[in-house]
Design a protein around this ligand. Structure first.
Ligand SMILES: Nc1ncnc2c1ncn2[C@@H]1O[C@H](COP(=O)(O)OP(=O)(O)OP(=O)(O)O)[C@@H](O)[C@H]1O
Ligand SMILES: [Mg+2]
Length: 314
């Protein structure tokens, strides 16, 4: 049996903007399995980072639960803080420019553990080794490094405390293609060697297909489809997932198989009344504009929120 590391239940985050409620995350539930990767994909502004920031305890949810090994993460628990780490999209912004690489990587150790100098230096060398960087880099400053090297430093820092879980919020978006693929391989190798679990956030479906075992497709604060990645990519059921996949892997598809999206993504301050995707869905019927479909299991572990996808019971 796969073991749950994290359980996210009915998570909501509202922001108040000009006296209107913006539902950035609207009743999202999912589990993250030990040693595996859960991916969230979706267009800009759909709520991915809001989920990441709540799990990292950087912002407070409006409601809902986040359990890490069955304990709420909202308790101010040092053990939890060590076990949940995060890497961000832009390693230019996430690394303090005034600190040397050695100080950046060892900062979590200085905060949480009191190691002797020699043990610190050994750890520093080992961490740099694990992210395939030479230890000569330790004396340098972030601005002296390339984007890929900087992201490796952020990764080295994130594993310094031997965490069980790392949130990767678009860790490849600021990198070129060849550097991206090196960083993905590094994340995969570290996952295997250290039995890490990841929450991996991305716009890029090819990357998600490669790196994740489970994935959710998010739109205007809600999950529209949630499934093991193999099922999601082989048999996408929601028209939005189909559209994202056909846009990403279009070279493999014949033109008449493509799902083309009409209209723009609606404002999250004024979402459609019925299905959130109804204004762009090529198949929308009357009920889609009136009634919001719930996320329902249509086959084992495969959930979809769409009136047009029939569940086994109907
Ligand atoms: N601190 C905040 N105050 C007000 N609104 C916010 C705040 N943070 C996020 N939002 C809004 O919440 C929604 C979700 O934002 P979020 O950053 O989670 O999206 P995202 O999916 O990570 O987008 P991107 O792909 O661009 O990073 C957006 O409409 C955003 O404008
Ligand atoms: Mg984001």
């Amino acid at each position: 049996m796969d073991k749950k590391l994290l359980s996210i239940k009915n998570l909501k985050k509202n922001f108040l903007i000009q006296n209107k409620i913006l539902k950035a995350v609207d009743d999202v539930s999912f589990d993250i399995i030990k040693g595996k990767t859960f991916a969230i994909v979706g267009e800009s502004g759909c709520g991915k980072s809001s989920i990441a920031n709540m799990i990292a305890n950087l912002i407070k949810p409006t409601s809902g639960q986040i359990l890490f090994e069955n304990r709420s993460i909202f308790k101010n628990d040092n053990e939890l803080k060590k076990n949940i780490q995060m890497i961000f999209q832009d390693p230019y912004l996430s690394l303090n420019p005034k600190m040397k690489i050695s100080e950046i990587i060892l900062e979590p150790i200085k905060i949480h553990k009191k190691f002797k100098k020699e043990k610190e230096l050994n750890l520093l060398t080992s961490l740099l080794n694990q992210v395939n960087l030479s230890s000569t880099i330790a004396k340098r400053y972030p601005h002296e490094l390339s984007g890929g090297q900087r992201q490796r430093i952020a990764i080295a820092r994130s594993i310094a405390l031997n965490p069980k879980f790392i949130i990767c919020d678009e860790p490849l978006s600021s990198l070129d293609i060849s550097t991206s693929s090196q960083i993905i391989s590094l994340l995969k190798n570290l996952q295997q060697n250290l039995n890490l679990s990841y929450l991996f956030i991305s716009h890029n479906l090819a990357v998600v297909k490669y790196i994740s075992q489970n994935a959710a497709v998010m739109y205007l604060g809600k999950f529209l489809e949630l499934a093991p990645s193999s099922k999601l990519f082989l048999n996408p059921l929601h028209p939005y997932t189909q559209a994202l996949i056909s846009a990403s892997f279009s070279f493999k598809k014949k033109n008449n198989d493509k799902v083309i999206l009409k209209n723009e993504i609606p404002s999250p301050l004024n979402p459609p009344k019925g299905c959130l995707f109804s204004t762009r869905c090529p198949y929308a019927k009357n009920e889609c504009f009136e009634i919001r479909p719930a996320l329902k299991e249509v086959e084992k572990d495969h959930q979809v929120a769409c009136h047009l996808v029939k569940t086994p019971s109907n």
